[in-house]
Write a protein that binds this ligand. Structure first.
Ligand code: 2NE
Length: 270
């Protein structure tokens, strides 16, 4: 498969193939743990994915066959957060969670190994998870002095139920890909050598569907859980669709032409 580089970064690879953008955390020496720079890189790539209309689906993965992502890089964990190159403590992976959630296109976690700690949260936040048979899932937060009481736990509970979510966080055990699938937090499991082919097939199927329908389904599923913010994003898209209608154009045209708008000519559907 001929992936072409979209943009070069320090900590990630960012590539394109037939409508699919692939973001690969490229820090195999730390099992693809993220530091603040990694999240800045991913946020920049996500912005590009949002803007480019030739990108239909985003795939998030990690380099190698050991890890998808092992969470926050413990080497740079300091007082108040993960320390960036200027000495500022950050937890900017939360901005990435928001970007994945807001992205009006599907984001698929292609889990090629450990999805642990903050890496587990990343796959939870993605719209779909496709895992290889060797993948392992689990939390470590309460073992290593951390926790994610946001999407990483409450959205997780929507996937696996409250009892399992509490088990995952309280015990910090590891689960096989099959167990994760049985729990409902993984969509499908395939042999490692098939992982990318399977993911690309899912992407291509999604891209045969109506992008606007997919977008509204994602917004609607988010809105039920995301409160005012979810409603705002759903409503924003409703406004966008209204702007596509002649009825909305009439309002603007009437204003510019200094006349009363003729809204009554538009149908009132039952
Ligand atoms: C992932 C896991 C279970 C793998 O175990 P194993 O035994 O197969 O490999 P090993 O030897 O532990 O790891 C391989 C190399 O990767 C580094 C290790 O230090 C090791 O390096 P060397 O000794 O070979 O030089 N490595 C792995 N994970 C790392 C990490 N997160 N930071 C820095 N280096 C890492 C095992 O490695 C493991 O349990 N890793 C730690 C997972 C973890 O606790 N992550 C942080 C959780 S907290 C978090 O992510 C978080 C949050 O809870 C809330 C908000 C934001 C972040």
């Amino acid at each position: 498969r001929n992936w072409t580089t979209i943009k070069e970064y320090e900590d990630i690879k960012f590539e394109f193939f037939e409508g699919i953008a692939k973001i690969t955390i490229n820090r195999p020496e730390v099992y693809n743990a993220f530091r603040p720079q990694t999240n800045f890189d991913m946020l920049d790539a996500m912005d590009i994915c949002r803007e480019r209309s030739d990108i239909g689906v985003i795939v998030l993965t990690g380099t190698g066959d050991k890890a998808f992502c092992s969470g926050g890089d413990q080497n740079v964990k300091g007082v108040g957060g993960y320390i960036d190159e200027h000495g500022v403590p950050r937890l900017n992976v939360l901005d990435l969670h928001k970007a994945i959630r807001s992205m009006p296109k599907p984001v698929i976690a292609m889990v090629n190994g450990y999805a642990i700690g903050g890496g587990h949260v990343l796959h939870v936040v993605c719209d779909l998870t496709i895992a290889s048979e060797n993948a392992k899932f689990g939390q470590t937060g309460p073992k290593v002095g951390s926790f994610d009481a946001g999407f990483g736990s409450n959205y997780l509970a929507r996937h696996v139920g409250q009892k399992k979510a509490r088990e995952i966080w309280f015990l910090c055990k590891q689960y096989t890909a099959k167990e994760a699938e049985d729990m409902g937090m993984v969509n499908t499991v395939v042999p490692l050598e098939r992982l990318e082919d399977e993911t690309v097939e899912w992407c291509k199927t999604i891209m045969m569907r109506s992008p606007m329908a997919i977008r509204m389904i994602k917004r609607g599923l988010n809105a039920e859980l995301d409160g005012q913010r979810g409603l705002m994003e759903f409503a924003g898209d409703a406004t966008m669709m209204y702007y596509l209608m002649e009825e909305a154009q009439e309002g603007k045209n009437a204003f510019l032409e200094k006349r009363d708008p003729e809204f009554q000519k538009f149908p009132k559907f039952p």
